[in-house]
Structures are given as C-alpha cells and as structure tokens.
Design a protein around this ligand. Structure first.
Ligand SMILES: [Zn+2]
Length: 141
C-alpha cells in the first residue's frame, strides 16, 4: 500500500470537499495535517497546507474526478427549486393573475411598536398583499 499526495489545500474544509467527491466515486483517501492547521491556521503555509493522499494506483482517476466541474448541474437544480416555490405560492394577483406577489406582512406601525415594547414583532398579519408586476395592492381572502 503506497500513499501519494493528490492535492494540498489552505484550509481543512477544502480538503473535506475534495475527499467527499472522491468518496462519492468510491476512491479512498486520507487527509493529513488537518488538526494541526485547524489548531492554528497560520501554520498552513509552513506545513505545506492540508494534504489529501490517495493510493498510488488511484492517483490518475482521482485527479480526473477532482477536475470534474459540477457547476452547470447545480444551476439546473437551482432553477427547479425556483419553479417549485413559485408553484406552491398560494397567493395570486386578482388583477393580472401573476404569482409574483408579496406575502402578507406585519402592519408597519404595530410591528415597530410591539418590537419596541416586547422585543419581537407581535404577529399581527396584514391582509394586504402586493403585486410586483402590475403594482396593485389587494386583499388576501
Ligand atoms: Zn398583478
């Protein structure tokens, strides 16, 4: 069993992100000097950073996996999350049927007064909502 250095990182969390990527592809790895650098971050440069080691036979595959870019995948996921939230929005503008409306909020003066007196805004919810598309205020049923 021969361990070789795959990569070095300034901070331990970066090494753990890379280790997680390798774990997901079934490649075993080990993080070295993590605790020393966690104790004093300024030792990182002196020690050569947090080191991620893999078995020599896994080195080439591990380098490929670390080079993979998942940013486009994350963007698609973010779009799906946005679509889901707009679908679950129960409020709809009666004027233009837009879902781009503000949720009912605390009434300004009451929220301010209760925050001053109680230390938190008293839950007096306004029945008014606001459409961001046609700029109309409307009552929520
Ligand atoms: Zn509207």
């Amino acid at each position: 069993m021969n361990l070789v250095e795959l990569a070095t990182f300034m901070y331990p969390h970066e090494a753990h992100l890379a280790k997680g990527k390798l774990d997901a592809h079934g490649i075993e790895s080990i993080i070295l000097d993590e605790l020393t650098i966690q104790t004093n971050n300024f030792y990182s440069n002196a020690l050569g950073g947090v080191k991620l080691h893999v078995l020599a036979e896994d080195l080439d595959k591990a380098k490929e996996i670390l080079a993979l870019d998942y940013s486009s995948v994350q963007d698609e996921d973010a779009d799906q999350i946005t679509e889901t939230t707009s679908e679950t929005n129960a409020f709809q503008c009666p004027n233009c049927n837009s879902l781009n409306v503000g949720e009912p909020r605390l009434k300004g003066p009451f929220a301010l007064l209760s925050t001053l007196l109680l230390g938190f805004p008293f839950p007096l919810v306004s029945k008014q909502s606001w459409c961001f598309d046609c700029h109309t205020a409307f009552k929520v049923k």
